[in-house]
Structure formats: C-alpha cells, structure tokens
Write a protein that binds this ligand. Structure first.
Ligand SMILES: Cc1ncc(COP(=O)(O)O)c(C=O)c1O
Length: 385
C-alpha cells in the first residue's frame, strides 16, 4: 500500500489541484479513463432492454455468464482470428482486472513465477502477489519489445506464465507477428526442456484500439496455451460497468479442467458472475468499437507537438498512451515539475520504467491543447529546444 499506485496518486493529487485552481486550469493526462461516451448502439440496446425486459434478467445465472453472451463473444473471436471458438471457451468476468485475477488464481501454485516485461501495467505485480505468485520483471529493448534472449535465460522450472500486453499500456507498442511466432517457439521449447506447462496470458484490453489500419497480431496463432484476458472498458468506453471476459485457446490441452477452474475462481473470488445487465447489452455490441479515428487524431496531434518540442518519444501504434523519455533522469521530479504548470502525467516509476513518463491522451481536445504550454515550458527549462 505504501508503494501505492502512481496513477491513482497523480489522479488524486490532481483532484486537489482542480479544487484549488479550477477544473479548467488543470490539464489531467494521468488516468486511462476514456473521455468518449460509449457508441450510440450501446444506448439503443439499453433502451431496447428497458422496453422489452427479459424475464428473470436480474437473477443469479451460471457463474461463467449467459450462454448467449458467451456465444456472441465466441463468434466475434472466430471472425477476428479464424480459429473456431465456442461458448465453452469463454467466461464472462468483471473487467480485465477480474479476468486476470481469475486466471492467476486458477493456474498458480504458491511460489510459481509469472514473467512480465517493463514497462508494464502497475497492477500486475499486485495481482500476481494476490495469488501467491512471484513476479519476474524483464526489461524491453528500445522499441519496448521483449528481448527473447533474456526471456530464454529467465524461464525456469518454476515459470508458470508469461503475461504480455499488446497494444501496451503505457507505451502504445504493438507486438509483431514475427515476435509472437518466436515467442511461441521459445515457450514450446522451454516446456519440453522442463516438462512443465507454461501459459501465455495475453492482456488485450486495447486490442481494438489500433492505428494506421494495422491488423492486430494475435498470440493465438503461435501458441495453443494462450489465454486472452480482456474487457469492454476501453473499446466500448465502459470501465465503470466492469464487463470483460477470458477466452482460452480451443486447442489448449486440459482446456476443460482449466475452464472449470476459471468458473470456480470467478465464483469463489467473490465476483460470482459478470454484471447481468451488461452481459445482455454487450452481446449485441461485439463488432462495435468507439471511434479509433478520434484517438488516432489525438495521437497524431500530440506526437507531432512533442517531437517539435524536442521530446524523445516512440509513436504509439495502439492504446491511448504515450511514453516519452523524461528530459531529466529523475522522472518523479520531472512529473512534479509538470504538475507546477498544472499538467498531470505519471512517472515511469509507476510502470517499472524509471526515466520515462506516461501521458494518457484519452482526454478532450481542450485538455490536450491546454497541456502543451506546460510541456513547452519543461522542454525549455530542460534544454530540449
Ligand atoms: C493493460 C491493462 N490491463 C487491464 C486493465 C484493467 O481493465 P478493466 O478496467 O477492464 O479491469 C487496464 C486498465 O487500465 C489496463 O490498462
């Protein structure tokens, strides 16, 4: 708790600044809380269900979720990836966070290792810790890609899972087909070497937020022990509704036992089932996404401005974050300096990557434009321009 979440800390300090200086004078780029409203079809489905309620729709259900919803998710995944999913491969969850906790609880024995790559979503270490796991953190290359040589050395007899996140929070990096192919090969090799089962958990919270008409490369095509965890928090802008799912590769061995484990853990971790109303809605929205073009426009705007100011930043290919290098070594001090100019960001420390800072650009244009003066002052102060 003392280490805390940097994202939450900056967000909460921002609330105090807003009270002091007025909401319109503080430019908050700290939280990945989409400013966009859910797509119009979301409201249409809500109205439809209000007019024609399904009898019993507020009751308990199967812990895995409504069969119709699981079928709709399976159909969408089959369409997206050309691999035939059925409802038996899908468990509806309370967001991606719920999905991750359910998967980790199911697969981990005390002391087993989960490998993650820095920079990473800060809650991962807490979730792994929740279920008796040990986190092993590996660094990435200058493009924020895993280094497979390092991974090869890091995998041992205790390795139970590799947890990846593409498109990535906080960098916006997207893993290539080639990287996933070699990753899959490496995992098969290591399983054979140790006689163990290694799962590839793929956190796909941003799968549908991908730019420049790039097609999302999926680990499903490269490793049969892939488990997808995701949600509609970002692609339908519904983070407060807590709706997501787990999908297991249909060819995963021991699939049925694992699915039984997921269902058991969904129940016994206290989630019981994903919210009923949302399950009834999102089953009609599987092929719908918020306006990715809008996010891309914001990305292009911010990226161009930061580059012109002299910041060093990789152009994100997905999600809605940027992860520039901090102009000074101490990223916390830099973020504090930006705060003085009423611009709120998050230090790289919060993502296991000191020396960087995260900007969340899922905000309105006014906030993005308003933050530029602070970034410019910082660029000047630290001699970037
Ligand atoms: C990479 C990543 N995984 C998981 C989550 C949690 O998503 P949810 O709100 O659907 O639980 C987030 C939320 O920001 C995230 O960025």
């Amino acid at each position: 708790m003392a280490e805390g979440s940097w994202i939450r800390r900056m967000f909460e300090e921002g609330i105090i600044l807003k009270q002091k200086y007025g909401e319109e004078n503080v430019f908050d780029l700290s939280l990945g809380n989409p400013i966009m409203e859910p797509p119009a079809k979301f409201k249409q489905e809500l109205r439809k269900i209000d007019k024609n309620p399904v009898p019993g729709m507020h009751r308990y259900m199967e812990n895995a979720g409504y069969p119709e919803t699981r079928e709709a998710v399976a159909l969408q995944l089959t369409r997206e990836f050309g691999i035939t999913f059925t409802m038996k491969d899908i468990i509806m969850t309370c967001g991606a966070a719920g999905a991750l906790n359910v998967v980790l609880k199911t697969i981990l024995n005390q002391g087993e290792e989960v490998i993650i790559f820095a920079p990473y979503f800060g809650e991962y270490t807490n979730y792994i810790d929740n279920h008796g796991g040990v986190t092993k953190i590996l660094s990435t290359d200058e493009g924020f890609m895993p280094k497979l040589g390092d991974l090869e050395s890091a995998i041992g007899a205790k390795t139970r899972a590799i947890l990846i996140n593409s498109p990535n929070n906080p960098t916006g990096a997207v893993y290539s087909e080639d990287l996933l192919h070699h990753l899959g090969e490496l995992l098969y090799k290591k399983e054979a070497q140790y006689g163990t089962q290694i799962f590839l958990i793929s956190d796909e919270a941003y799968r549908k937020i991908i730019y420049d008409e790039f097609k999302y490369p999926s680990p499903l095509h490269h490793y049969t022990k892939s488990i997808i965890v995701t949600s509609h928090s970002k692609d339908l802008a519904l983070p407060g509704e807590r709706i997501g799912y787990i999908a297991i590769h249909p060819d995963c061995n021991q699939r049925e036992e694992l699915v039984d484990g997921f269902i058991f853990c969904n129940r016994t971790l206290g989630y019981v089932n994903a919210p009923a109303l949302m399950q009834n809605i999102v089953r009609h929205l599987q092929s719908v996404t918020v306006s990715v073009a809008d996010y891309q426009r914001k990305r292009d705007f911010l990226y161009d401005k930061l580059i012109k100011m002299g910041y060093s930043v990789l152009k994100p290919r997905g999600a809605f974050y940027m992860f520039p290098k901090s102009p000074v070594e101490d990223d916390v001090a830099f973020v504090r300096q930006l705060q003085q100019w009423k611009v709120l960001t998050v230090p790289g420390h919060g993502f296991g990557a000191p020396g960087y800072f995260r900007i969340s650009y899922c905000v309105d244009d006014r906030t993005l434009e308003g933050a530029l003066a602070g970034f410019q002052k910082a660029a000047h102060k630290f001699n970037l321009d």
